[in-house]
Write a protein that binds this ligand. Structure first.
Ligand SMILES: *Cc1c(COP(=O)(O)O)cnc(C)c1O
Length: 297
């Protein structure tokens, strides 16, 4: 079976008085619509990893993530879709939650590991799968050059040139893929990454390591709202307002922080009149299931 499927990721304009007043246009690329579970950047990142596994005759995908990881869930569903066995090595003590329930439903076997051991992924892979010749290692979040290769195809799908592209960053693989696409197509577009972790400047070396050639790009490191998985009341109300006024569902861990940054920069007159901005909706809305208690009130 060929490892591919036809994807649907249209671009929609977001209308808001703020953008009209500033004379700018905001568009959103709906990678969240690619697949209900293998959503957004996760499918783009997995595509060439799964092809590599298949080319090496590996039949068992082994990967890593936290208990609410969108990547674990996407890998579980992609494994099921393309006929692989899958194991998820989960950080922290054994728990059950909505994300892990959906992982198991797709046939993923879960191994829980303490936070200390979790740091050394290669050692964990060795420990559990040394004798499994079919096992294929996929790093946390699908972080890899092969992952970035799939993401760079996003740029092939654009029918016009944008002045700015914005995307949320976890491992930085998606950012690197988009920047590589911008380089390949020799676009004048400026890329802005929003690290969702604290002190996100560290991502620059990870991104640079998988760039096709050195490039300039912007990392906006002040929109993490306290760090990975952390939210504030202000961010939660932004997510609610955005979803209620556009009909586009977002979550506050990634896309919410990225869109908040765009609205904040627009309000602070960071853009020029006439600028066209493209935000990438990287999906991951199942992450909302782990945050229901944050949305009360
Ligand atoms: C995983 C994820 C990201 C981060 O992607 P990286 O390639 O790790 O930087 C962004 N948005 C969503 C919704 C995600 O699930």
């Amino acid at each position: 079976m060929q490892i591919d499927f036809e994807i649907f990721s249209p671009i929609h304009q977001i209308h808001d008085k703020l953008f009209d007043e500033r004379g700018i246009k905001l568009f959103i690329k709906r990678d969240d619509l690619i697949h209900p579970i293998i959503s957004g950047n996760k499918w783009r990142k997995l595509k060439y990893l799964l092809r590599d596994a298949r080319a090496q005759n590996k039949t068992h995908l082994v990967t890593f993530g936290g208990a609410y990881s969108n990547h674990l869930l996407a890998t579980a569903a992609a494994a099921a879709k393309f006929g692989f066995k899958s194991t998820g090595i989960v950080r922290g003590e054994e728990v059950n939650n909505d994300t892990l329930f959906l992982c198991r439903l797709h046939g993923m076997n879960l191994i829980f590991t303490d936070r200390e051991s979790y740091r050394d992924k290669a050692a964990l892979f060795q420990k559990y799968f040394e004798h499994d010749a079919n096992a294929y290692f996929i790093d946390e979040g699908g972080g890899s050059a092969l992952g970035a290769e799939g993401v760079s195809e996003l740029i092939n799908e654009l029918r016009e040139t944008y002045d700015h592209i914005f995307c949320a960053c976890g491992t930085g693989t998606t950012a690197a893929g988009i920047i590589n696409g911008i380089i390949e197509h020799q676009l004048s577009t400026v890329f802005h990454g929003i690290p969702v972790l604290k002190n996100g400047e560290f991502l620059r070396k990870d991104i640079d390591a998988i760039l096709a050639s050195p490039a300039e790009y912007d990392l906006l490191t002040d929109y993490h709202f306290g760090g990975y998985g952390k939210v504030t009341d202000e961010l939660i109300s932004f997510v609610k307002n955005f979803t209620a006024s556009t009909g586009i569902l977002i979550e506050p861990i990634y896309t919410g922080k990225m869109l908040y940054a765009i609205y904040d920069l627009a309000a602070k007159n960071h853009f020029k009149a006439g600028d066209k901005i493209l935000a990438i909706h990287t999906g991951g809305i199942w992450g909302l299931l782990g945050m229901k208690d944050k949305f009360t009130g």
